[in-house]
Design a protein around this ligand. Structure first.
Ligand SMILES: [Zn+2]
Length: 279
């Protein structure tokens, strides 16, 4: 059995074939997906999708959606987390974090607004006793600083691509690091080394679908110039991505599947009840 710990199944890229994609992933052994929300307008949708497909979800405001979010959305998040407190499928606050890659988000005012939303959501996670799912892009040190001020019980640093030292700090704070399509590229030497060197207990698998296509779906700039759309990633790819990691670590695929499930349940404890019911 596979858990995809980060899959945006609610994204519009899946509007035409969402149920078919989910069914195909299940046929490949992906029995559980964690669907993190990106903005208030999506909260009801991710909860409904998780219920429909036997999956899990998280509620939050993604850093890329901070520019259009309002302070009132934070109050609404507090209310939604209260309202859904007894929903076994609500497993985390997320996707939250900081993005200092997108130029418009790097301007001073927007850096400060991202920081404020991240801290406010870390506080909500503590209040509601939920783990957090973090978006970390050129922001690992600041996110660690935020976590030192408002520690989360546990969580996932998703699509991690930082240094070994930053990775160790996240792990020391009760986090697992999420690995996906990015490690399928042979040129991703640093990321591959990190994914091999980390203790097995520190990693979880994810697709981040529809983003982060593995190399076998990736269309080069040249192919895109010729009119080919960028390949859409889906949770169907999780086992194949896992095979790449198992090969890199020189371990059996079954052992990696078990570790992924164990680790995901460790950092998102409410998953245990869901994944046991299904395995
Ligand atoms: Zn995401």
């Amino acid at each position: 059995m596979w858990i995809d710990t980060h899959c945006h199944l609610d994204a519009s890229e899946f509007d035409t074939d969402r149920d078919a994609v989910r069914a195909q992933a299940r046929a490949q052994g992906v029995s559980l997906c964690v669907i993190p929300a990106v903005e208030r307008a999506h909260w009801a949708g991710v909860a409904q999708l998780a219920a429909q497909h036997g999956d899990a979800y998280a509620l939050g405001i993604h850093p890329l959606y901070v520019p259009q979010a309002s302070d009132e959305d934070l109050l609404a998040l507090d209310a939604a987390l209260t309202e859904r407190r007894d929903d076994p499928r609500l497993v985390a606050v997320g996707e939250i974090g900081l993005d200092f890659f997108v130029p418009a988000l790097c301007e001073l005012a927007m850096r400060e607004r991202q920081w404020a939303f991240n801290i406010a959501q870390l506080k909500l996670a503590r209040k509601h006793q939920l783990p957090v799912i973090l978006h970390v892009r050129r922001s690992a040190d600041l996110l660690l600083k935020g976590l030192r001020q408002y520690p989360a019980a546990s969580g996932i640093a998703h699509a991690f691509n930082g240094s070994a030292q930053q990775a160790r700090h996240f792990v020391d704070m009760g986090f697992a690091l999420g690995f996906g399509g990015a490690l399928t590229y042979e040129r991703a030497l640093q990321l591959r080394r990190l994914a091999c060197d980390l203790p097995l207990e520190a990693l979880v698998l994810e697709t981040d679908a529809p983003d982060m296509p593995p190399h076998w779906l990736y269309q080069t700039a040249e192919q895109r110039a010729q009119g080919q759309a960028q390949g859409r990633n889906t949770p169907v790819e999780l086992p194949r991505i896992a095979h790449v990691l198992a090969d890199l670590r020189g371990m059996a695929i079954q052992d990696l599947a078990q570790a992924n499930t164990r680790n995901a349940r460790q950092v998102l404890p409410k998953l245990a009840a869901l994944s046991q019911a299904r395995s």
